[in-house]
Design a protein around this ligand. Structure first.
Ligand SMILES: *Cc1c(COP(=O)(O)O)cnc(C)c1O
Length: 390
C-alpha cells in the first residue's frame, strides 16, 4: 500500500509502536478523522447518542455472569464471564461499529466502507448501516467470499454491497488495500470503518475508546458483586479490540493481572518482531524474507500476522502478559463451557477460556478471574463438529 512513506512521530504512538505509515493523500484523510474524533469524544450529545444505541440496539449493559459450575469443576479461582456474546449480532464488534458510524454521520459521510476476512466485522457493519440508513460497501477477498458464503448472504440481506477483490491472494490484506484506495478517492462522502484495534493512527485509539465500555461495565459489576477488583482479567487477542476493551479500565490497577490469549498458530505477541504492517508498527510474524507470515488459527477472528500497537507496547512494558494456547486446549474449553454453563462460546473466546482453564487451578478460592466472552459460538458449531471428527 505505502508508496511514499510519511511518518507522523508526534501522534499515535504507544511506546515505539503505532504511528501512521501511509501515502500523503491518505495521511490528510486520517488527520481530518482524528480531529473529528477528538471533537466529538468531548461532546456530551455525541456520547449520549452512542450510549442510547448501546442500550436500545446492542442490549447493553450485558451481564457479568458467575460461572458457578465451571468454577467448581476447575477448583480454584472464582470465574466471572463478561457476556459480550449477548450483544446484538453476538459479539463485541458492534460496540465499535456503532461508535464509528455515529462519528461518520457527524463528519457528513453517507457511505461506509469496510473490509472483512471471516465476515464478522462485515456483518456487524452491514447491520448498523441498515439501522442508520447508510450506504454500505464491504470489500472481501475472492477466496474469503468462497469460504464465507453464509456471511456474504447475511451482508447482502442487510442491504450491503459485497465487492469481491481478486487482486493478490484474494485475502484480507488485498481487501484492505482496495478499501484504502476507495477511501482516498471518495473521502468526502465516505468513512472507512475499521474493525479492530489496528491500522494507522487514529484507529487504534478510537477502537480502544469505543470498546472500553466493556471494562467500565465489568469494573462496576465486579465491585458490586464482590466488593473488590479481580485478580486477573483474561481475553483473547486477534487484532486486540476485545482485549483492550476488557483491559482498559484496569490498566492503572497494577494489582490486576491482564492476560491475553493467542493461538499457538498465530502467536504474534509471543513470537513477533517489530515491523510495519498495514500502515502501522507492531509486533508481527514474519517469514525468512521479512514478509508477513501466513497464520493458521482455527478461529478466523484471530488469524492475523499483526496485532494492535497498544498490545505490542503493553507486552514490552510488562503491564500485560500474553500466553499461547493450542488447538486441542481450545476445543476442550469450547466443549467444557458448553457442558458446564450452557453457553457455547465463539472459537475466538474459547482461546481465553483455555487459558483460564490452566490458570484457575493455580489460584485460591478467594481469588477472582474475569474472562471476556467476546462472542457466541453459533457461527462455529459446524467447524467444531468437523474438527472433532478429524
Ligand atoms: C473478531 C473477533 C475477535 C478478534 O478480534 P479482536 O479485535 O482481537 O477482539 C474475537 N472474538 C470474536 C467473537 C470476534 O468476532
Amino acid at each position: 500500500m505505502a508508496k511514499e512513506l510519511t511518518q507522523n512521530e508526534a501522534k499515535g504512538y504507544f511506546g515505539e509502536f503505532g504511528g501512521s505509515f501511509v501515502p500523503p493523500e491518505l495521511q490528510t484523510v486520517l488527520e481530518r478523522l482524528d480531529e473529528a474524533f477528538q471533537t466529538y469524544q468531548k461532546d456530551p450529545a455525541f456520547m449520549e447518542e452512542y450510549n442510547y444505541y448501546l442500550k436500545e440496539y446492542v442490549g447493553r449493559e450485558n451481564p457479568l455472569t458467575f460461572a458457578e459450575r465451571w468454577t467448581k469443576a476447575l477448583g480454584g479461582a472464582k470465574i466471572y464471564l463478561k457476556r459480550e456474546d449477548l450483544n446484538h449480532t453476538g459479539a463485541h464488534k458492534i460496540n465499535n461499529v456503532i461508535g464509528q458510524i455515529l462519528l461518520a454521520k457527524k463528519m457528513g459521510a453517507h457511505r461506509i466502507i469496510a473490509e472483512t476476512g471471516a465476515g464478522q466485522h462485515g456483518v456487524a457493519t452491514a447491520t448498523a448501516c441498515a439501522m442508520m440508513d447508510m450506504e454500505c460497501v464491504i470489500y472481501m477477498g475472492t477466496e474469503d467470499i468462497r469460504r464465507q458464503e453464509l456471511n456474504v448472504f447475511r451482508m447482502e440481506l442487510l442491504g450491503a454491497k459485497v465487492v469481491s477483490v481478486d487482486k493478490g491472494n484474494g485475502r484480507l490484506k488485498d481487501a484492505v488495500d482496495e478499501a484504502l484506495n476507495d477511501l482516498v478517492e471518495n473521502y468526502e462522502t465516505t468513512f472507512y470503518l475499521l474493525g479492530s484495534a489496528v491500522g494507522p493512527h487514529p484507529y487504534p485509539k478510537m477502537v480502544h475508546y469505543f470498546q472500553s465500555v466493556i471494562s467500565e461495565e465489568s469494573k462496576r459489576q465486579i465491585l458490586e458483586k464482590e466488593g473488590k477488583l479481580p485478580d486477573a482479567v483474561v481475553a483473547c487477542v486477534g487484532g486486540g479490540s476485545n482485549a483492550i476493551g476488557a483491559f482498559s479500565a484496569y490498566l492503572k490497577d497494577e494489582d490486576v493481572r491482564l492476560i491475553g490469549a493467542e493461538p499457538a498458530e498465530a502467536a504474534t505477541l509471543t513470537e513477533g518482531v517489530p515491523a510495519v504492517l498495514h500502515g502501522f508498527k507492531c509486533l508481527c510474524l514474519q517469514d525468512e524474507d521479512g514478509n508477513p507470515a501466513p497464520t493458521n488459527s482455527i478461529a478466523a477472528g484471530l488469524d492475523y500476522p499483526g496485532v494492535g500497537p497498544e498490545h505490542s507496547a503493553l507486552k514490552l512494558s510488562g503491564r500485560a502478559e500474553y500466553e499461547t494456547v493450542t488447538k486441542a486446549e481450545v476445543l476442550d474449553a469450547f466443549q467444557e463451557l458448553s457442558r458446564t454453563e450452557g453457553i457455547i462460546p465463539a472459537l475466538e473466546s474459547a482461546h481465553a477460556l483455555a487459558l483460564v482453564k490452566k490458570l484457575a487451578p493455580t489460584m485460591t478460592e478467594d481469588q477472582i478471574i474475569l474472562v471476556n466472552l467476546s462472542g457466541r459460538g453459533d457461527k462455529d458449531v459446524a467447524e467444531v463438529k468437523r474438527l472433532l471428527e478429524e
